[in-house]
Write a protein that binds this ligand. Structure first.
Ligand SMILES: [Zn+2]
Length: 508
């Protein structure tokens, strides 16, 4: 069991953050001194705090929009969250100069040198996460295997360091099956993100054989799960640090302990597609420091090599916070050349309740995971930012079930569409039910055709037909299907001629 500390101070607590989020939603200012414990300071106090060049300060900055927010990121501001044109985060003297140069309104949140994290013992430490993954692999040897796919920066230095782990789920020869890869914890302090990846692994493996949908995915998909891309940073987060980057100290003479403005490379600015563009810092002390070149860091290079091992339909990378679903591009305002990206992104937004948008409309970023995965490999790639401003980076572990409820439908939806992402444009069957051989389902739009396959999906139009009538699908299953419990894959075609995604249901 890892030893854990909390260095959260009371002056900028979760309660205060929640009050802050509420006041932002309401569009209130911060002049009232008694808004849930939140206190705002004067500009003179802010200037005084930053004057020694060592301290950072929590602030809210009002901008004219994404371009200016991108400038703050390039200046290395530690951006915690974005709400329209307003940004909350911490700044140093260097970033304060940028704010003054841009003539932006800044509100100082005093008594706080950064968003100190607590580490609720419910969260998995590095060691506990490896134990959990090993336990799954040994409990389900025919369905899952655990592999070490690389070394962290500290391990590359010959120090203690960490291995990078991937849990691979899929039954039998999965080499040609549609694949989805899930990543967590590029940023060390984003504690809920490894838990989402681990929960998905458990959901699929524990549901195998009983849950028809989970069984379908384990049998007919290849699913790779990387809960922690940045275990070196996580080791610091376990000590209560609000660490963001990896711990590569070769670019500065600083040691960890200087918060997000210390050493390290922002792993989500270090991918090699359009690396070095907007929204990433060139200064090693910046929270968004991009590194020496694309894939200069062992963690991103290992993810690159892992992802390149096979073909993928989807990539999902979990971050926190701001309740957002983001898709490429981040480095340019140009829309991505694939209309499935926004269409599926909006579905992910419906499932989670999060706001779906093209990444750049938040603010420009370059060198991120999804721009690379889509730009170089054509993978439909998404970033999910989990949690509200009130949740911050370190919500109590008791909130993880809520986050999982929000994110489970979307994570499963990518598996559903993995054999045919264009099925997003077809009708989706709801309330699918088989009772005594009678099949019934409904859809939100008119159906022209309904068909099913046994065990695994087949070529569209070649399955066993059921009846389509208006919004409903129905029919008696043939006796051969009902003699034993079998997996049925059912889908329907809509008036636009497009087949929708397969739903999995047991024949009895
Ligand atoms: Zn992040």
């Amino acid at each position: 069991m890892a030893q854990r500390f909390s260095r959260r101070s009371g002056s900028f607590s979760r309660v205060a953050l929640a009050a802050l989020a509420l006041s932002l939603v309401a569009g209130c200012g911060f002049s009232t001194p008694s808004n849930g414990g939140m206190r705002t300071g004067t500009e003179a106090e802010l200037t005084a705090r930053l004057s020694d060049g060592q301290k950072d300060a929590a602030v809210i900055v009002s901008t004219s929009g994404p371009a200016q927010i991108g400038k703050l990121a390039e200046a290395g501001m530690d951006i915690w969250g974005v709400d329209g044109k307003r940004v909350i985060g911490s700044i140093t003297q260097r970033q304060y100069q940028t704010i003054k140069r841009l003539k932006l309104e800044v509100t100082y949140l005093p008594g706080k040198s950064g968003l100190d994290n607590s580490f609720d013992p419910g969260y998995h430490s590095n060691a506990e996460m490896i134990d959990a993954l090993k336990a799954l692999a040994s409990r389900y040897p025919n369905l899952a295997r655990l592999e070490d796919f690389g070394d962290s920066w500290e391990k590359k230095q010959g120090g203690k360091g960490n291995d990078l782990w991937v849990l691979k789920i899929g039954k039998g020869d999965t080499s040609a099956k549609p694949g989805v890869i899930y990543l967590g914890l590029h940023h060390a302090r984003e504690l809920v993100t490894p838990e989402m990846v681990l929960n998905l692994a458990k959901h699929l493996l524990e549901g195998y054989g009983t849950d028809a949908e989970a069984t379908h995915y384990v049998e007919n998909r290849e699913i790779w799960l990387v809960p922690m891309v940045n275990p070196d940073g996580h080791a610091l987060a376990e000590q209560g640090s609000d660490w963001r980057k990896n711990t590569n100290s070769s670019y500065t003479n600083l040691q960890p302990g200087h918060g997000p403005s210390g050493p390290g490379v922002d792993l989500n600015r270090n991918y090699g597609y359009k690396w070095g563009g907007p929204g990433a810092d060139t200064n090693p002390k910046g929270a968004t420091f991009r590194g020496a070149e694309g894939f200069s860091e062992p963690e991103t290079a290992a993810v690159r090599d892992l992802v390149r091992q096979r073909k993928w339909s989807f990539l999902m990378t979990y971050h926190s916070f701001s309740n957002l679903i983001l898709w490429p591009w981040g480095h340019t305002n140009v829309a991505p050349p694939d209309n499935r990206l926004p269409a599926i992104g909006k579905k992910l937004g419906e499932f989670s309740g999060y706001d779906p948008k093209q990444s750049v409309s938040l603010y420009p970023t370059s060198g991120d995971t999804t721009d690379w995965a889509f730009g170089e490999l054509g993978i439909l790639s998404y970033t999910t930012e989990i949690g509200t401003w009130g949740d911050g980076f370190d919500p109590p572990y008791s909130k993880v079930p809520q986050f999982w409820n929000e994110n489970r439908p979307g994570s499963l939806y990518m598996l559903k569409l993995a054999d045919n992402p264009s099925a997003v444009f077809g009708p989706e069957l709801k309330t699918v039910k088989v009772q005594n051989g009678q099949f019934n389902a409904s859809a939100s739009g008119a159906l022209t055709d309904v068909e099913f396959f046994v065990g695994k999906p087949g070529k569209e139009g070649t399955g066993t037909r059921l009846n389509a009538s208006g919004l409903n699908a129905s029919g008696m299953l043939p006796p051969s299907v009902m003699t034993e419990k079998q997996l049925l894959l059912v889908h329907a075609r809509g008036a636009n001629g497009q087949w929708g995604p397969f739903e999995a249901v047991w024949s009895r």
